[in-house]
Design a protein around this ligand. Structure first.
Ligand SMILES: NC(=O)C1=CN([C@@H]2O[C@H](COP(=O)(O)OP(=O)(O)OC[C@H]3O[C@@H](n4cnc5c(N)ncnc54)[C@H](OP(=O)(O)O)[C@@H]3O)[C@@H](O)[C@H]2O)C=CC1
Ligand SMILES: N[C@@H](CCC(=O)N[C@@H](CSC=O)C(=O)NCC(=O)O)C(=O)O
Ligand SMILES: [Zn+2]
Ligand SMILES: [Zn+2]
Length: 375
């Protein structure tokens, strides 16, 4: 098999716009898949890494991890997909064999995590070259490229009846929030929950909490414009933290209005102060706070240990705790059966040539997800 050339949006350095240029994409080696990326979403984690705040961020690299497309070719030993299959890229792979996969306790497959974090394929090398230099991979996906190479355990085949311009969003934001509520927290019927940060992830938590029949879903965001978004997805209340009664902390206000605190709270902001508020807004004895937002290098969370002694639980999840190869096909079915909203998240669409504009749009409250056409 030969190398192929396609356009990719290369991040040469942190804090710089992506540069659209030709990239040479080597053929897949054993247990690798070369994918023609048809659509990609742009997630806040891409922006976080481009901002330089990610301790694992390395450049030059090809960002993007919320992508879907078609298998172009496969390396030796690949049995789970074949050329022509429609696939979603998985930044949380699923090998089914490692200690993590076998534990049944987590979706955090460990098989390729070390090399993935270093921006290389499992054999320690890159498949991308541009301007005579190796370009790093990102989150095992690099979906801001017309062609990319992934480990075979980092793709899942799904029906294309959903369309790659929709299935791409199941590669991160929607699955992360929905999974956090349904599979990770396992919100119970009648629960009171609070969601901090009404973006794609927060709205997806709301969607999951509605599915679980939560009674009260309190959405919290600094932007009043997010209230209509939250209510459209099923929130029963909205709070702008800048408007809580004077001399009350937001967590005190939440405890007051919920008869002692929330059963579940979710941070979808990446702000460590918000994470503390979310923990302390939990009900004594059983409340659980789930950290989803990604915080910048050097940031740490604090609270009084007494908050935990008195029965609150502080934990987190990646990709909603969802096992991509096992569980994503059924989320696609849910979408096709009208039980999972996906289209509703798409506020903007752009061609590959305008991918940088998606980063600017993310800073505007009106953008939930921008889907980029990579063709
Ligand atoms: N753990 C995981 O697996 C994953 C984690 N993430 C992370 O989750 C987070 C959310 O992602 P996404 O939904 O795409 O991001 P968005 O930026 O779309 O949503 C975050 C929302 O939080 C709001 N916000 C910011 N600060 C506060 C605050 N102090 N109080 C209340 N609301 C606030 C933002 O408002 P404004 O726009 O006005 O700033 C925005 O509406 C990010 O940190 C992302 O990196 C994403 C996917 C997977
Ligand atoms: N590289 C960062 C950590 C970033 C992070 O937490 N990523 C999430 C997914 S965010 C998706 O949009 C994740 O999957 N974490 C688990 C993992 O193994 O990376 C850092 O070093 O802080
Ligand atoms: Zn993401
Ligand atoms: Zn594994």
């Amino acid at each position: 098999m030969a190398s192929t050339v396609g356009k990719a949006a290369i991040a040469w350095n942190a804090k710089e716009p992506l540069s659209l240029e030709d990239v040479e994409v080597a053929p897949p080696k054993a247990h690798e898949v070369r994918m023609k990326v048809l659509h990609t979403g742009v997630c806040h984690t891409d922006q976080y890494t481009l901002s330089g705040a990610d301790p694992e961020g390395a450049f030059p690299s090809i960002l993007g991890h919320e992508g879907a497309g078609i298998v172009e070719s496969v390396g030796a030993g690949v049995t789970n997909v074949k050329p022509g299959d429609f696939v979603i890229a998985l930044y949380t792979p699923e090998c089914g064999e490692c200690k993590f996969c076998r534990s049944g306790k987590t979706n955090l497959c460990g098989k390729i995590r070390d090399t993935q974090g270093k921006g290389v394929m499992p054999d320690g090398t890159s498949r991308f070259r541009a301007r005579g230099k190796d370009i790093l991979h990102f989150m095992g996906c690099s979906t801001f490229s017309q062609y990319t190479v992934l480990a075979d355990i980092s793709v899942v085949a799904v029906t294309d009846r959903i369309g790659t311009d929709r299935s791409c969003l199941l590669g991160c934001g929607i699955t992360t929030g929905y999974g956090a509520a349904v599979f990770s927290a396992k919100v119970e019927e009648g629960s009171t929950i609070a969601v901090f940060g009404v973006g794609c992830v927060g709205l997806s938590i709301i969607q999951g909490a509605v599915r679980q029949k939560a009674s009260r879903i309190i959405a919290i965001d600094l932007n009043d414009g997010k209230e209509s978004w939250a209510r459209k997805f099923g929130a029963t209340e909205f709070i702008n933290p800048t408007k809580v009664p004077r001399n009350k902390l937001l967590q005190e206000h939440l405890v007051d209005i919920t008869d002692g605190g929330c059963d579940y709270t979710f941070d979808c902001t990446g702000n460590v102060t918000v994470m503390r508020t979310a923990l302390e807004a939990c009900h004594k004895g059983w409340g659980e706070s789930i950290v989803i937002g990604v915080a910048a290098a050097g940031q740490e969370i604090t609270t009084r240990p007494f908050q935990l002694v008195t029965g609150r639980t502080w934990r987190g999840c990646a990709f909603g705790g969802v096992k991509g190869r096992t569980q994503l096909p059924s989320l696609v079915d849910d979408y096709l059966n009208g039980q999972l909203k996906v289209d509703e998240f798409i506020t903007h669409r752009l061609p590959i040539e305008r991918l940088n504009e998606a980063f600017a749009l993310m800073k505007e409250g009106g953008c939930i997800r921008c889907v980029v056409d990579m063709k």
